[in-house]
Design a protein around this ligand. Structure first.
Ligand code: GLU
Length: 518
């Protein structure tokens, strides 16, 4: 409840493209606001622009919402007292017609029959004369209704337009920006009903907001210039408008409006790239909303508890991929290893994961996508007990689920590739053959469980036996011999996870590479 009013909000996507970060943020704000006030969140599909519909997009919308944890209690796929919840179905059900007919009768809307050529001419004239462009009435706004009847009887294609009053100041009291004034002489008369009888966004969305009892309209800032039309529409019908909450645009770190140029922006691409749903939700909600204090890592419950319109900033939100990576790392480390392992296997097996990486053009320094996919495949196919240990050891070190593939691959690849730089640095040291021999002999002759502690004593013992002053010259070549790499989890834990058979095989293989004796 908000001041005695029970909150009803809606997320009203048009299925015209993959939902991106900005769309999903609006959905999240709706979800958080509804939860904060014990209200209802409605999912409404705005599909009146038939030419722009994209096949499969509605599914993608629902899938994206589920992925980030946005819930809706009423609407598409759920039902409710105000259905149907898809605007094309609402049109068929006759929801809109009585409303626009009433507006025509009351004179707050009018028929217009301009041809595309006439509209084009009008636009050119406006541009040449540096006048505001748009439809400000033409010959139809004040035409005798009999003329419109005639045109209709003659079968001319006509549209219904809103009659925006002239010479007025229209005032929007935006929840984030406060008072905004519009000169009604600059607000054109939008089409409400198209020639094919379909309502436009302006009409269908506002009528639905009213009929569905929406109290707060969260939507992108790009709609702020349309707000006066919507206010006029509400007023013409004698309806109280909802509270408008225009949320700021999202920009890249370079200050440009977020777009494909910045990399992934579609919500599901983040799932495909290996981001955890909780981290993505947390990250997106904080673009343009500050919960107060310096809190950043917050669960959905904590965000819902803290969500407040006052925390939404009017300035553009910044999409910072480094921050998402940091946050994902935090979530990944907080995940119990068993769940993380299960999540990684599920991730590795998804077709969309393979599709995503197969298409990926690697940036500088980025792991070859095929190597990544191979690592993920090995992780998914490995013995679960062993793979779990691998994930446990790499959990601290990776950023995304996708990173677990290459990070863990040396566990599963029985002949891990040697990093040439590692070989160059360590395998020419004169003590290395003796070191590897010492370790192999111990593994072969000592019948014991190679715990991390036992492995540590083994390596320390080897260093001593070889008269090494420091542990490094024993640790580093051993790591290279066992993993092919110079970096990775703690050596002794890693040795314990590999177990004695694997260690032995790998030491022998490495021994072949360092030549004989020394
Ligand atoms: N269908 C509109 C869109 O997808 C929604 C705008 C609104 O929320 O009113 O942009």
């Amino acid at each position: 409840m908000l001041g005695g009013m029970s909150v009803r909000v809606r997320y009203a996507p048009s299925p015209t493209g993959s939902p991106h970060v900005g769309n999903i943020r609006t959905a999240l704000f709706n979800h958080l606001f509804a939860r904060r006030h014990g209200g209802v969140h409605i999912l409404r599909i705005e599909d009146t622009d038939r030419a722009r519909l994209v096949e499969g997009c509605e599914d993608e919308i629902r899938e994206s919402l589920r992925y980030v944890g946005v819930e809706w209690q009423e609407g598409d796929g759920v039902g409710g007292a105000h259905g149907p919840y898809r605007q094309s179905d609402r049109k068929e059900a006759g929801v809109y017609e009585p409303v626009w007919r009433r507006m025509l009768e009351e004179g707050s809307a009018y028929w217009a029959f301009d041809t595309p050529e006439e509209l084009e001419e009008m636009r050119e004239f406006q541009q040449i004369n540096k006048k505001p462009t748009g439809y400000f009435g033409g010959v139809w706004r004040d035409a005798d209704p009999a003329k419109a009847d005639e045109a209709r009887a003659a079968g001319k294609p006509g549209v219904v337009r809103l009659k925006v009053p002239r010479g007025e100041t229209i005032v929007l009291d935006d929840a984030i920006r406060g008072r905004i004034e519009y000169d009604s002489n600059l607000v054109d008369d939008p089409v409400l009903i198209k020639a094919d009888g379909m309502p436009t966004y302006h009409f269908a969305a506002m009528v639905d907001d009213r009929l569905m009892g929406i109290t707060h309209v969260f939507r992108g800032e790009e709609w702020i210039s349309s707000a006066p039309k919507h206010l006029v529409l509400f007023r013409s019908l004698g309806w109280e408008p909802p509270v408008f909450v225009h949320v700021p645009v999202i920009k890249g770190k370079d200050g440009a409006k977020l777009s494909k140029r910045h990399g992934d922006t579609a919500c599901l691409d983040f799932r495909r790239a290996g981001y955890l749903s909780g981290a993505l939700a947390n990250f997106i909600a904080l673009i343009g909303w500050a919960p107060g204090g310096d809190r950043e890592v917050m669960s959905m419950d904590e965000m819902a508890e803290a969500f407040d319109l006052k925390g939404i900033q009017p300035s553009p939100g910044v999409f910072d991929l480094d921050k998402l990576n940091w946050m994902n790392g935090v979530y990944l480390r907080q995940t119990p290893t068993e769940s993380l392992y299960a999540g990684a296997v599920d991730y590795a097996r998804r077709e969309e994961t393979v599709g995503y990486w197969a298409k990926r053009v690697p940036g500088p320094g980025e792991v070859d996508p095929h190597v990544r996919l191979k690592g993920l495949r090995m992780l998914a196919e490995a013995d679960p007990g062993y793979a779990l240990e691998a994930v446990r050891l790499e959990q601290e070190r990776v950023t995304t689920l996708a990173d677990l593939g290459p990070a863990c691959s040396f566990f599963f690849d029985e002949e891990p590739e040697f990093d040439p730089k590692a070989v160059e640095k360590w395998f020419h040291e004169p003590h290395v053959p003796r070191l590897l021999d010492h370790l192999a002999t111990a593994l072969e002759t000592q019948d014991q469980t190679w715990t991390a502690e036992a492995c540590e004593s083994l390596v320390r013992g080897a260093a001593e036996a070889l008269g090494l002053e420091k542990l490094g010259p024993a640790v580093h070549p051993t790591r290279v011999a066992l993993t092919g790499r110079t970096v990775g989890p703690g050596l002794f834990e890693l040795m314990a996870a590999l177990g004695s058979d694997r260690m032995l095989a790998r030491l022998k293989r490495a021994r072949g590479k360092v030549g004989v004796g020394a």
